[in-house]
Every structure is written in structure tokens, then in C-alpha cells.
Design a protein around this ligand. Sequence first.
Ligand code: GAP
Length: 449
Amino acid sequence: MSKKEEKNKISGSEKMEKIVSLCKRRGFVFPGSEIYGGLANTYDYGPLGVELKNNIKKVWWKYFVQDRDDMTGIDGGIISSAKVWEASGHVQNFKDPLVECKKCHHRFRPDKLKDASKCPDCGGGFTEPKSFSLLFKAMIGPVEDDQVLAYLRGETAQNIFINYKNVLNSTNKKMPFGIGQIGKAFRNEITTGNFIFRTLEFEQMEIEYFIKPDSDWNKQFEEWVDYIHGFMDVIGLNRKNMVDHEIDKKDLAFYSKRTIDMEYQFPFGQDELWAIAYRTDYDLTQHQKYSGESMEYFDDEEGKRYIPHVLEPTFGVDRTVLAVLSEAYEEEKLPDGETRVVLHLAPSVAPYKVAVFPLLKNKPELVAKAREVLAILKKEFNVFWDDRGNIGKRYRYQDEIGTPYCVTVDFDSLEKGTVTVRDRDTMKQEAVEISDLPIYLYKKTSGLY
Ligand code: GAP
């Protein structure tokens, strides 16, 4: 790192604060229930956040489900029978330890405390650790005494296990094959902080990949690790910022025989972004036992029946949003001494791929031409229209929300049929024929996707 870069570098906590503030200011993420004083660990996504999040989910689905012949998908329900969670072991085992400060009654996870002997808020002593369930209960039925207990899903994975037979019976899938799913999961987390990193309600993108029990699971595990690394390129995360952390046998989740946590260097420190686990035949065997339904697969090539084993790549959508924003955020010192805030988002995930401006708002012929260009581009891209303020201010705004290209309609557009295209990262401008514009932008923004 050069001396100049070193000088411009901001600390992790400062960067985190700036990202949180940008998210609020520009409409990526808002604190949950804000007008009522907020609700800890909940957030709402704003107009830009929903676009970014949808793009991440869209490219994930394409890369992991649609691009592979051995994959298919489902979209299961959020509320599920309590029996699902009894069978999966979550009712018994999905628990975190908790200590309570005897003085201020704040609660903490002892494994997340820097000093486990005294309260970080008031210095008080702690109660003995107790374990508490992360599952959210949902009571079904209007009459209180007669309600049926269900759970909000603690992971999307269980929908896949309980539907694996339905998928097999309704498709032509053969072993090995996988089922992907994107959707909300809920956990009664007590560790607070770090913005959208750990929340009560979040989205997961999960795959259960079913394999033959006697196949080389480790080899397939490693192939998935490589394939997952490829997804970093798709969404613009630098592979150097990710560390594969092999989880110690003693720390494995109750269902796992091997897990790698893929840890990203977030501004607040290195922590789990994604993971891959070998869940063996644990879940299907449990569901067979509890439901009485056979979970066996008849392998017609080998002429035998078995319960498949499972590899599970899992991804948090919200953590991916945070990683993508952290990677993209830069405060760049310009030669004229000014600083510009820029999000170098990959075009695959940027909320808007392009912005269109008329050079001047008060020239109807420019505005009309710019609207024509907007209509052409809208057929292909999500396009931002802006005719406020001056061009410099519009560029700064687009830089801050990560729009890769700005197209200005000027007098040359009327005379020569060209527009000025400005690149967010290099800030270079070039003239492009309006008729070539969709192809030009398509080539620039499609990348891997
Ligand atoms: N099905 C396996 C499973 O749920 P996990 O490691 O507990 O494994 C998977 O969660 C992913 O879900 C994590 O890697 C993380 O990205 C995301 N995640 C888990 N808890 C979260 C929370 N409270 N807030 C946001 N994301 C969370």
C-alpha cells in the first residue's frame, strides 16, 4: 500500500459507520420499526437495497440452480409443523448459551464476550450460563387454549429434506442431484450489533446436494468448495478477502461431520459469510424415523435402495449484501482535492446498471431525446432517470449508489445521434451512437451474467 493510500485508509469501525449511514441516507437499509424507537436486530430494505438483494438472489439462482443440470429448486413455507423441528433435532439442540448481568439484566452469549467475567455494559457479574432455544414459536389458531404449536423455520434446509421425495417423484433427477431454495429464516438471536450481519429474520440461499452413501463425499465436498469460490467472482467479491475455516470436530453443529465456514473480512473483523457442511444421512434418517415415510431412494443403475447422504452449501443473503457493500465502498481522493464516495459494485448486482440524464432540464428537445433513450434502455436494463441539479452532482449521486454507467444526452445527440457515456470507476467519458447503446452497455455490464 502506498503512503497516499495508507493516509486515505479509514478504520474498520469508521468504515462500518459510513456504510450504515450511506445505507440509510440513500435507501439501501433502514432500521426496523424505526418510528417506534426501533426493534433491535431487525432491518427493512429500501428502494436500492431491494434491488441489490434481488440481484444477488437472481445471480445465485442462475449460477447454482439454472446453470447446472444436476440442480433444481423449490420454494417452501416459512411456518412448519413442530414435528419437522423435533425430527431435525432443532428443538433439542438448536440452542445458544446465555448469561444475564445480575445488575443491569442485559443478556449475552458468553462465547461472544471479550471478558466473560464481567458485563461490558455496567461491569456487573453474570448468572450461570443457561441454554435457550433459537427457534421462534408460532401459535396457530384463534382460540388460545386450542392453539397448535408450529415453528418459523430456523433454516430453509428442512423444507428441502421434507420435500425431497416429492421432488424425486415429480422430476427426472437421478443421484447425485441437488435442490436449491431461497427464503426467510428466523432465529431468536441475542448477540446484537454489526448491522445486518446477525438479525432475527434473514434470508438464506441453501442447497441440499444428495449423493450416494458409498461415493467419495470428500471429493464432492471439495468440488463444491471450488464452485462456491467461483460465485465470489460473479458478485464482485475479491477472493483474497475470504478465508476457508475448517471447523474443529468438537465445534461442529449437531448434524455435521465436516464443515468449512467461509469467512469474509468484514470491516468489523473476519466472520462467517457462507458455509458448506457434510450432513451425512442424518436429516433424512431422522425424518424417516419421525414421519414413518420411507426416505429411501431406489438407484436403478445399481439396483439397490439407500438413504442418500447430503452436502450442504449455505449462504446468508443479508451477509452477502453486507460483504458486497463493504468490498465496493471507497472514499476516493480526486486530483482536485475533493473526495468522492463510490460503490464499485459489480454490474451483476448494482441496483441500476445505467442512469440517463438530459444535459439541461430546461431544453425540451434535450429532455425529449433523453426520454427516447430512456425508453430504449428500459427494455433491457434497470435505468435511473435524473434531471435534477447539475451533471457533476448527478455523477456523484450515481457513484454513491454504484451505478456503473451514466449516459448524458447533449446537443451532439440532437445533431449527430451520439450520447456521452461515463464510466463510474475510471470516470472516463466516450461518445457512443444511440443505435449502438444497448449492445455497448450489454457488453459492459453482462460480465459473467
Ligand atoms: N442450514 C445450515 C445453516 O443454517 P448456519 O451456519 O446456521 O447453517 C447458514 O447458517 C448461513 O445463514 C450463515 O452462513 C449466514 O450467512 C446466515 N445466517 C445465519 N444466522 C444468521 C443471522 N442471525 N442473521 C443473518 N444471517 C444469518
